[in-house]
Design a protein around this ligand. Structure first.
Ligand code: NI
Length: 180
């Protein structure tokens, strides 16, 4: 589907845009989004990952792409201006990762079930509701639109540990490249 599309580069934390609140998509953004979405899917599938938000590719717009690949089938979603309209009082804890914090994971506790309203790429109002991986992914990606990373849900100690590891890992990667 996206084989011929150039994946858009994914930003690695820390980056100012990953901490910023993105703005709502308007009809004036239509052309830009038409070009952006396939490149975001290409980057997400290549990584591979199950969700990618526009701020992670340097675009401060409220949209993300998602594919949980149930039964290894491709089921792509584009969620524009998504909004959580209901959350369960019960919580669930799952291990999360992030393409902007590659290779590092931590347990995050969130509402177990959420309902999200959004516009699809055709501009049609849609709703999606679920628990488990879907609920975690929806909340994780909507967080990105508000400048929140999964590590922001952890204790300062754990967050600092992960961010230090990330900086070290990225430095080592850079050093390897410099040696070439
Ligand atoms: Ni993420």
């Amino acid at each position: 589907m996206t084989d011929h599309v150039q994946p858009i580069p994914i930003l690695i934390a820390p980056q100012a845009i990953l901490k910023a609140k993105a703005r709502a998509v308007t009809p004036a953004d239509a052309d830009r989004i038409r070009d952006l979405v396939p490149r975001m899917f290409a980057a997400m599938y290549k990584a591979p990952g199950i969700g990618l938000a526009a701020p992670q590719v340097g675009i401060g717009l409220r949209l993300f792409v998602m594919d949980l690949m149930p039964d290894d089938k491709v089921v792509p979603y584009v969620l524009i201006n998504p909004e959580i309209v209901a959350r369960s009082p019960e919580t669930a804890t799952r291990e999360e990762g992030c393409l902007s914090i590659p290779g590092l994971y931590a347990e995050v506790t969130r509402p177990a079930r959420v309902k999200v309203r959004y516009l699809d790429q055709a501009g049609i109002k849609q709703e999606i509701e679920g628990d488990g991986l879907l609920a975690a992914c929806l909340q994780h990606e909507i967080d990105h639109l508000d400048g929140i990373l999964f590590v922001d849900h952890l204790s300062t100690l754990k967050r600092n540990m992960i961010m230090r590891k990330l900086v070290k890992q990225q430095r080592e990667k850079r050093d390897l490249r410099d040696d070439d």
